[in-house]
Design a protein around this ligand. Structure first.
Ligand code: CUA
Length: 313
């Protein structure tokens, strides 16, 4: 950047909205600050030593003014709250049909993997004008993916999947930071987001060095790790069928019902005793520590693909 800007470039649909709220709050604070300063100075002059101001201390009330200013400032505070809350909710809910990318933080780099298997390190290519959701996880400690130009920041938490979404509005290369102190090289855990026109992105994605798609890699893992021995069609062990599972409700042994989303599937692989499916014995071993976040993401992608109708993010 050659010029000093008041704020980073606005490169996502959310950015101008966040900035508007920020400047509105700033203007409100300035207005209030000036108003209070005028009162302080004004009264200091009025009641200076030797002035003829009335100091009798007589009580005077104006109920109308009291109700007026209390409700006016109360409504203003509520208005700011709802304004902020609506932006927060929008930030938290990726639109259906967003382009999904897996992102993993680890000491000290970001890795990203696209659905067709193309991976990148400390770089993330995304198409212009398309909603993108990054499913974030962490290999070790808490990291936080921060793209100032998108006004978006989301923690990558070990053992959990969090979602960061944005819709880029201008092509270019933008900074990507880790915004959570994660060890000695935290400050070097940075990269770039490259926003490309849609055709360019499609060409870039297709130029993947002949890697298999996430689903295909997940399917190989499913066999290699022995999952298919129990959950496959020819299994002799009594284990839940995974076809058509994703996105649908599951009845559990403790009579609760859960939707089989990504978090549920991850938990079932890592902590199988947590949500035992009704009618099944708790015999599945835990895979905690036996696979990387990367592998876990692929397995989840494969299990999702077994349920084409429930696969909306
Ligand atoms: Cu990763 Cu700080």
């Amino acid at each position: 950047m050659d010029t000093i800007a008041l704020h980073p470039i606005e490169a996502s649909t959310l950015a101008p909205q966040v900035d508007l709220l920020f400047y509105a709050l700033l203007a409100f604070s300035f207005g209030l600050g000036i108003f209070l300063t005028v009162l302080v100075v004004g009264y200091a002059v009025k009641y200076r030593r030797g002035s003829g101001a009335d100091r009798s201390g007589e009580q005077s009330r104006n109920t109308l003014v009291e109700i007026g200013w209390t409700s006016a400032t109360g409504l203003m505070a509520l208005g700011i709250f709802f304004w902020g809350a609506s932006l927060f909710l929008e930030r938290d809910h990726p639109p259906a049909g967003s382009l999904e990318i897996q992102g993993i933080g680890k000491q000290w780099m970001w890795t990203f993997e696209h659905a067709n298997g193309r991976r990148e390190i400390n770089e993330l290519h995304v198409p212009l004008e398309t909603p993108v959701v990054v499913s974030l996880s962490s290999e070790d400690v808490i990291h936080s993916m921060f793209v100032p130009a998108f006004r978006m920041k989301m923690d990558a938490v070990p053992g959990r999947v969090t979602k960061l979404w944005f819709q880029p509005t201008r092509a270019g290369t933008y900074d990507l930071f880790c915004a959570e102190y994660c060890g000695t090289q935290h400050s070097e855990m940075r990269g770039h987001v490259v926003v490309m026109p849609q055709q360019d992105f499609a060409a870039w994605l297709a130029a993947a060095p002949s890697e298999q798609s996430l689903v295909t890699q997940g399917q190989s893992l499913f066999r290699a790790l022995g999952c298919s021995g129990c959950h496959g069609p020819s299994a002799t062990v009594h284990a839940p069928n995974l076809e058509g599972l994703f996105g649908h409700p599951v009845g559990l042994a403790n009579r609760e019902t859960k939707i089989a989303d990504e978090a549920y599937i991850r938990d079932s692989i890592l902590q199988p005793q947590k949500d035992v499916v009704a009618g099944f014995d708790p015999i599945m071993p835990s895979y905690q520590g036996l696979m990387t976040e990367d592998d876990l993401g692929k397995l989840v992608a494969y299990i999702k693909s077994l349920s084409p109708t429930g696969g909306a993010p």
